[in-house]
Design a protein around this ligand. Structure first.
Ligand code: UFG
Length: 330
């Protein structure tokens, strides 16, 4: 089986490529390296540098490689940036996917697993969130991901394409051996920012609001280990290869932790006091996001192995302390 991973040099993409290779798949990676890193790509994967908005480039990859299915991570994914530069998100996420799907239809490739997000829901009506709940994104990032899901739906109706869309909650952690991990520039995510304190790169962590209607006043999130996400993509591709129908699945552990609980766990893991400073709320942050992943467990047979927050933060710490500047050399 040959799988094409678009955005395979990014955080979740690189962990998925690693898992695919380790499980014996033949893997082709495409990435424009705008936010991804060549060093993150498994040496056994064949790498093509290029942009999915470039139809000639995408066609050339489909001509050179015999692709059985596509896993699509190639998108911009910063909520804050999506609000200040929305057209960048429409251009890369939507136009990129449109070019990709046109090429897939032309080359007769009809299976795609897609990286979606809890941001498609916006302010959720209830917890845990089900896939059938209302989708009303509160930011451009979530809006473009939802529109991409709809593009798969209608392309499926017209051309027989089948898709699995995976709506992740809060991806975190790193490969157990610490060789690949999370590296965003700028970094905006809670766990890597917390770990910058014991790494000597930040004085204190800011808590964005402590007056939410939650047990300690700070936001609650469902943290899911990146290697469990990687496994879900492999199961989703297997589901499509078996001829099963398209679907949308939440991926989370179904357990919520507050920002304060995450900081406290990081203190235990690192042995560092990690000072925390309460600051104003961050615009657009929902108070609480917890997934029901019952459907992914039942239909895909997904069974996350690393739900323990101490283990998740331990794996992230293993990566960050050995790679304080991520993949950057100097
Ligand atoms: N937070 C802080 N201090 C920080 C950084 C974050 O208190 O320095 C808080 C945030 O306010 C939030 C929580 O920590 O309550 C988690 O924040 P992240 O930025 O790590 O993650 P988000 O929940 O904002 O984002 C995640 C995914 C996005 C997705 C979004 C859906 O990373 O891709 O959920 O709302 F769009």
């Amino acid at each position: 089986m040959t799988v094409l991973v678009l955005g395979g040099a990014g955080y979740i993409g690189s962990h998925t490529v690693h898992a695919l290779v380790e499980q014996g798949a033949d893997v082709v990676v495409v990435d424009n390296l705008e936010t991804g890193y060549r060093e993150a790509v498994h040496p056994k994967a064949r790498f093509y540098e290029g942009d999915i908005r470039d139809r000639a480039f995408v066609d050339s990859v489909f001509q050179k490689e015999k692709i059985d299915g596509v896993i699509h991570f190639a998108a911009n994914s910063l909520v804050g940036e999506s609000m200040t530069d929305p057209l960048k998100y429409y251009d890369n996420n939507l136009c990129g996917t449109k070019v990709l799907l046109s090429a897939m239809v032309a080359h007769g490739i009809d299976k795609i697993v897609f990286s979606s997000t809890a941001a498609t829901y916006g302010e959720a009506q209830r917890m845990p969130i089900l896939e059938t709940d209302r989708t009303e994104p509160t930011n451009t990032y979530g809006e473009t991901k939802l529109a991409m899901e709809r593009m798969f739906h209608w392309t499926g109706k017209a051309h027989g394409l089948r898709y699995v869309s995976l709506r992740y909650f809060n991806a975190c952690g790193a490969l157990e051996d610490g060789s690949i991990g999370e590296a965003h520039d700028p970094e905006t995510h809670l766990i890597p920012l917390i770990l910058q304190v014991p790494n000597g790169q930040r004085e204190a962590i800011s808590i964005f609001g402590d007056d939410y209607d939650t047990k300690d006043g700070t936001c609650v999130r469902d943290y899911i280990h990146v290697t469990d996400l990687a496994q879900a993509h492999i199961l989703a591709m297997g589901h499509l290869l078996e001829g099963k129908e398209s679907g949308i699945f939440n991926l989370g552990n179904g357990v919520g932790f507050t920002v304060k609980e995450v900081i406290e766990t990081a203190r235990k893991v690192t042995g560092h006091p990690i000072p925390a400073v309460v600051s104003p709320r961050r615009a657009g942050d929902p108070a609480k996001l917890i997934a029901s992943s019952e459907k992914a467990r039942r239909v895909l047979g997904w069974n996350p192995q690393h739900a323990d927050l101490t283990e998740i933060i331990g794996s992230a710490w293993n990566w960050h302390k050995s790679h304080p500047r991520g993949y950057k050399k100097e």
